[in-house]
Design a protein around this ligand. Structure first.
Ligand code: ADP
Length: 279
């Protein structure tokens, strides 16, 4: 059960050095993500975004500073402890999907549930429900190489959600998709967030950040360089780090309602009632 807290993610004075002599990849980064937020971490290539994401996922440890997710300090976990944390609390999606090509779609989605020890029947029900909601149920027995990029990313999203993570992490999730599939994926992430899923998305793409998240944190040379809301009514007047007005907020999806790409509600078991359908 989640502790009662507003901040799901708390990064405090985090630095990360990969080697002793060079510049740190992250240099004194502090940021918070509240439960239910969709935060974009935006910055140019090499600015430290993936490093930060890996620390949030417990895939790597900071050189100094603390990382707390859902009330748990994850910066000093043992390998077993961090694997357990990842299985239970975090879902990740990537630019190139990272699906296992020799497993079927269904087995790709079931794998994290099996690793977490979810009873088989329960895991299959959850996976089937997710695949149907994400409109890929008809491909459950297919192998990923047979699917389009957009379909593969939806399989990856189903896989990321199968263990009902408190935190969904996305690393350039539309970077390998054509415009249409990219927009569909972005809308799906926005809808999941509207249904209650906390999301951190790293991208170098300001449009992605502005359209599909509620807040953007800018990172440059391993340091936080600014932040602005992307949905607040006054977001147009909030200053971006370069002094220009922040990008306009997204046009839709601020009503707290969510639906899959086909208009069906996306259910987040254990997180209250499924959100309603948006036409
Ligand atoms: P971004 O995701 O914004 O492109 P990264 O977090 O990948 O940035 O990289 C930040 C800096 O850390 C870069 O200078 C990069 O070369 C360096 N870096 C990233 N990963 C490693 C690693 N495993 N070993 C050494 N240096 C790394």
């Amino acid at each position: 059960m989640l502790p009662v807290m507003d901040e799901l993610v708390l990064v405090s004075e985090v630095s990360k050095r990969y080697d002793d002599d060079g510049q740190p990849a992250l240099d004194g980064v502090s940021m918070e993500v509240a439960l239910g937020e969709a935060v974009a971490v935006m910055g140019p290539s090499g600015s430290g975004k993936s490093t930060l994401l890996n620390l949030l996922a417990g895939l790597d440890r900071p050189t100094s500073g603390t990382v707390t997710v859902a009330g748990q300090r994850i910066d000093q976990l043992s390998e077993t402890g961090s694997a357990r944390f990842r299985r239970r609390q975090v879902g990740m999606i990537f630019q190139f999907f990272n699906l296992l090509d020799d497993l079927t779609v269904l087995d790709n989605v079931l794998l994290p549930a099996q690793l977490a020890g979810t009873p088989r029947r329960q895991a299959r029900a959850r996976a089937g429900e997710l695949l149907d909601t994400l409109r890929i149920g008809q491909h459950r027995d297919a192998y990923p190489p047979r699917l389009s990029g957009g379909e593969r990313q939806r399989v990856a999203i189903a896989r990321a959600l199968v263990n009902e993570p408190v935190l969904l992490l996305a690393d350039e999730p539309t970077g390998a998709l054509d415009t249409g599939a990219g927009e569909e994926t972005g809308e799906l992430l926005r809808d999941l967030n509207a249904a209650g899923q906390t999301l951190v998305l790293v991208t170098h793409n300001p449009e992605l950040a502005a359209r599909y998240t509620t807040r953007t944190v800018a990172i440059v040379d391993g340091r936080i360089a600014g932040g602005w809301a992307t949905t607040a009514p006054d977001s147009r007047t909030a200053a971006a780090p370069d002094g220009r007005a922040a990008p306009d907020g997204r046009a839709a999806g601020t009503d707290g309602r969510a639906a899959g790409p086909d208009g069906r509600a996306i259910s987040q078991p254990g997180r209250g009632a499924p959100a309603q359908v948006r036409p």
